[in-house]
Design a protein around this ligand. Sequence first.
Ligand code: ATP
Length: 806
Amino acid sequence: MAEIQGQQPTFTVVPVRNETNLRQHVESGNGVNNDRTSFHNFEAEGEPTDTLTQNSITSLLSAKFRGVAKRWKQYGVDSPRFRKRLHSKWESMNYEQIDSQLQRKQSEEQVSKKQLVMLMLSNWLVYFAIGIGTALMAAGVQIVVELIAHEKFSLIRKYLDKCSTDKEDCLIQPVMIWMSINAAITLMGSALVTYGQPMAAGSGIPLIKSYLNGVRIPGLLSLRAFIAKCLGVVLSILGGLACGKEGPMAHSGAIIAAGIGKGRIPWFKKSLNLYGMFRTDHNIRDLVAAGAASGVSAAFGAPVGGTLFSVEEAASFWNTELVWKVFFSAMVACFSTNFLLSAFEGHPTQLSNPGLVRFNTFPNLTFDLIEIPVFIVMAAIGGLIGALFVVMNYKLTVFRQKYLHRKKWIKVVEAVLVSIVSAIAAFILMFTVKDCTTAKPYNSHAITTMMSCTGESHNSLSTMFLTTPEGCLKSLLHDPIETYSVLSLILFIIIFFLLGVWTYGLSVSSGVFIPSLTIGAAWGRLIGLGIVQLFPDQAKDVGKYALIGAASQLGGCLRTTISLTVIIVECTGDITFGLCIMIALMISKWVGDFFTTGLYDMNIEVSGIPLLSWEPPPLCEHVYTNDFMSQPVMTLLPVEKVGHIYDCLVGESFNGFPIIEQDPNYDMMYKGKLKGIILRHQILVLLKKRVFCPEGQLPANQNSITLKDFENPYPVAQSLKIEDVDLNDEDKQCVMDLRPYMNQTPYTVSLNFSMPRVFRLFRGLGLRHLVVVNDNFEPIGMVTRKDLAKYRAEIKKGMLHMEHLT
Ligand code: ATP
């Protein structure tokens, strides 16, 4: 890449700055953005702004409006966004490999052929282990949920049957039992997540996506998160919440992958030391992508879909070899889950349970081309309802952040309340609608209750409510046409939609795949009933309309197209119908995007996570490095005084420090050619390990420092704080040689780089810092990924504006 200038290594010994200069440097306003251009003055004044009012920018906007509006569409960002600010708690990962002398020395070490083979084998073994680990977890969750859910609903059915006869007027009993079971289980699930590890709340997919994009999310991949996630999702489903376990599987798979990669048992502070090579951010990122894919694959029995989901939704950095490894993990996870579930059912060799949720085969999944317009209309409806879901959930999320999430116990109370309301709503619906049917449920193990029905008939709504959300979805897709009345379906859609919106975002572990599919299957079935009524000769089955409704609704909420198409095709096992599924997902995404961003992106934006999207924001071609870089730059010398380093770390929270060779012509100011860059955490490790000595000597332990010291124990080194470093006055007079550890070839750009080019560098290379240099190769500015993530465009009152988040 011609634009990226790499600096050659240099080993010149540079004199240490004198005390006066050092102090001047630290005290001379090294803070960020205190010499900003017009753009940055908004932030400097502390006024978060929605629009740019400078004449130059306004004229630029109007002149470019037409062209940009076109591109705006092309980028698919023509929808209102939710993000209002970035949250400072999210830090970036170090995905870029540090090209230090130490690194080079280590990579030059002779590796025998045998070692190379072992390395490759252990690499594949890790991906294999991720698949197996994810399958064990997924099968375990499934078995526990199914067993306990069956007991729970059998108990409720017993009381409903007993009390719904004329003789015994005790319906309050089953309602109370239902509510109490839901409340008690949800209380445990929510308390586990809220007090155990809040990062386990929700599906985890938005956070995994952010992590893979380069954002450090503390606790996301911890053992606590794993326990809270797996146990939490079991408790959420048993607690009767309108949620699924498929999304959380992706998060759990990612945690398993990171755990295997780190080879470390967190609570025992023991390292297995087997796979040292997997411990860099870069390697763990690849494993996490494989874990997420394995989770989705195990959940849906869809290895190709799982891999594509990881590519499309989560991962930011890909290459063919990685895709192949991820696919391998996903395939192992799918096969092993199938084996374990089949073994549990007593026929391990039949492999008849490829995933946790199966849509099962449809007997009549054929279609006539004439039906395609109907599917298109349904997709548009899915997009609309999906957008409504996102907007309502957004409003609720903001309300929660403002009023409910100040105290942890309120979060738990809210979750318990939702579970109680879910039980009451289900009961009221079953009791008031009195929809009786004699149609045999598709699921032979379905729990049904008579509840005001007589003879052979049962209450049709009981097949939807006395089961897990997955069971409900299956009923809507496969139950005979006459099972549910129009009124039942309409009321079910409204209630389940509202419960779904309310449930997503609660402080519980929960996924949104299944509720979305269920809502869609219900209104799809409703449309199917209408079509069968209108064209009794042509249409006889409502299953395929329910399936299109489910796909459209999911597309309208999540806006993921390729992977969801493949997942649904793999779940139904019918490739011909794949065309209709693809149309449904594509159109529902377009319609949904017209109104809002997808649910996951909304989550990310509301959390203020500095995610860099695929493309730079529109309107930014005329924004140059000078406009968004931070200056002046706080630099260090290759051999630097410990006291000064300490002052810099205490005075500023910067995570990267360019290293310069002091220009002797500028004795009082420090100016000089860029020699490299060193990260804050590297310096902290060096300080902690006391790799310094009096001037003119060599530190005794310099040679004993290895790359492992910076990586191991992961991630302790990265969370080291300056407060953890103990230095006395004598230490502060010593010097530290940073040259062996600094990145000697940092990526740099010059002042005339436009934002889109800088953006693509960050996005493509997974950078954390970029140094801006002048013609003399002196650092004059710093850019981080957060500096870029702050920029985005927004349409307000019909006009396109550049927004600069704070
Ligand atoms: P992250 O913490 O995720 O790496 P960040 O933007 O918070 O992102 P910091 O290194 O803390 O990263 O930088 C904070 C701000 O200070 C950024 O705007 C960045 O451009 C600026 N900055 C970073 N390093 C320096 C430096 N050495 N001198 C001057 N400004 C810097």
